[in-house]
Design a protein around this ligand. Structure first.
Ligand code: KG4
Ligand code: ZN
Length: 335
C-alpha cells in the first residue's frame, strides 16, 4: 500500500513539515530561524524555543496546503537524530502527541540518511549502489548507499564539518552567520589562486577541517599586521581561495572513494551541496572520470522535511515503525 505521511524536521534551526502521498512530496514548509544571526551561530536553547513557537503553524500550513485531512494520514514521521537535543525534542514530542491523538503509527528518521534520500524526491534518481558526499553544518561523510535503507559510512570528518569550516572561516572574516552562502557569493567574484592555506590530508577516506580554519586565522593575523585593511581590500580573493581549498579536500576523497569502490554514480547532499563552486568542480570531475553526478534541488540541500518524508515513505513500505517510548538521539549514526 502506498502511504500518506506527515513528516516533521526540527534537528537544528529550521522548523519544517511536509506531506508525502504515494511517494510524491506534496509540499515542503520551512520556517528558518533568524534569531541566531546576531549570535554568530545556532544557540541551542533559542533554537528549541523557536521550534516550539513555529511548529503548530508550520505543521498546519503543510496539512492545509496538501489538501489532505488528518484522518487520511497513514503515519507521522519525525527526525530522531542526529541534531540538537532540545530542538529534536520539540519535533519528537509533537509527532508523538499527534500520533497518539490521531491513533496513527510513528516513523523515526535519521537526518543524515534523509539528506541522502532527498535524491529520490525528483527525477533523475541515482541507481544503487551509489556514493554520496554528505556535507552539512554538522557532518561531512562519504556514504556507500546500497539501497534506500542500507547505507555505510566509508569516511567522515574527525573534527569540524565542512559547513562549520565555511561558517567559522566567515566569522574570522567578520561575516555574519551562516557564512557559507556568503563565502560562496564573494568567491564567485574573486581569484581562487590568490592565496593558499594548509590542507590536511587524513588517512583513508576521513577528513579534518580544523587545521585549515586555523591556517586562515594565522594568515589573516599576519597580513593585518602589515595592512589593517587587508580583509576589506581582498575579501573576494580570500573567499575564493579558502573555498577552493575546502572543495579540493572534499573532492580528493570523493575521487579516492570512487576509485576504490569502482562506483561512478556520485551524489552530493546537505547544506554545502548548495555551494556553486562545489557544483561546478563536480561537473568537471564528472567529465574527467565519466561519473554520473546527482545534485539535489537547492531547497532539498539545506534542512527540510521533504527529505524526512521521503525517508519515511521507504520505511513505511518496509513496515519499520517506532513505538511511543521513542526519545531523540542527538548523536544518532547511520545504521
Ligand atoms: O544541511 P544544513 O542545512 O544543516 C545541517 O544539518 O547542518 O547545512 C547547513 C550548512 C551551514 O554550515 C551553511 O553555511 C552551509 O550549510 N551552506 C553553504 C551554502 N549554503 C549553505 N556552504 C557553502 N556554500 C553555500 N552556498
Ligand atoms: Zn542537515
Amino acid at each position: 500500500m502506498s502511504p500518506v505521511i506527515l513528516a516533521i524536521e526540527s534537528s537544528c534551526d529550521e522548523t519544517s513539515a511536509s506531506v508525502i502521498r504515494h511517494g510524491k512530496v506534496l509540499n515542503n514548509v520551512v520556517a528558518s530561524q533568524s534569531i541566531h544571526h546576531k549570535y554568530g551561530g545556532v544557540v541551542p536553547e533559542l533554537a528549541s524555543r523557536a521550534h516550539q513557537r513555529n511548529i503548530v503553524e508550520v505543521v498546519n500550513d503543510a496539512m492545509v496546503s496538501s489538501g489532505i485531512s488528518k484522518d487520511e494520514l497513514d503515519a507521522i514521521a519525525f527526525t530522531r537524530g542526529p541534531g540538537l537535543m532540545g530542538a529534536l525534542l520539540v519535533g519528537v514530542s509533537f509527532a508523538k502527541g499527534m500520533a497518539l491523538a490521531l491513533n496513527k503509527p510513528l516513523i523515526e528518521v535519521n537526518h543524515m540518511e534523509a539528506h541522502i534520500l532527498a535524491h529520490f524526491i525528483d527525477e533523475p534518481r541515482p541507481a544503487f549502489p551509489f556514493l554520496c558526499l554528505t556535507v552539512s553544518g554538522g557532518h561531512t561523510q562519504i556514504v556507500l548507499v546500497k539501497d534506500h535503507l542500507h547505507m555505510e559510512v566509508l569516511g567522515e570528518t574527525q573534527d569540524d564539518a565542512v559547513g562549520e569550516a565555511f561558517d567559522k572561516g566567515a566569522k574570522i572574516l567578520g561575516l555574519p552567520y551562516p557564512g557559507g552562502p556568503l563565502i560562496d557569493r564573494y568567491a564567485q567574484l574573486g581569484n581562487a589562486e590568490a592565496y593558499s592555506f594548509s590542507e590536511t590530508n587524513m588517512p583513508g577516506l576521513n577528513f579534518s577541517f580544523s587545521g585549515i580554519k586555523t591556517s586562515l586565522l594565522y594568515f589573516l593575523r599576519d597580513e593585518k599586521l602589515k595592512d589593517a585593511e587587508f580583509v576589506d581590500k581582498n575579501l573576494h580573493d580570500i573567499c575564493a581561495s579558502f573555498q577552493k581549498a575546502l572543495i579540493r579536500m572534499l573532492l580528493q576523497k570523493l575521487t579516492k572513494a570512487s576509485r576504490e569502490t569502482g562506483i561512478r554514480q556520485i551524489a552530493i547532499a546537505g547544506g554545502v551541496a548548495a555551494n556553486s563552486g562545489l557544483r561546478k568542480e563536480l561537473g568537471g570531475l564528472a567529465q574527467k572520470h565519466h561519473w554520473h553526478v546527482f545534485i539535489p534541488d537547492f531547497q532539498y540541500c539545506t534542512d527540510n522535511a521533504a527529505m524526512i518524508a521521503m525517508a519515511a515513505h521507504y520505511k513505511y513500505l518496509k513496515g519499520q515503525f517506532t513505538d511511543m517510548g521513542v526519545a531523540p538521539l542527538a548523536n544518532m549514526s547511520i545504521s
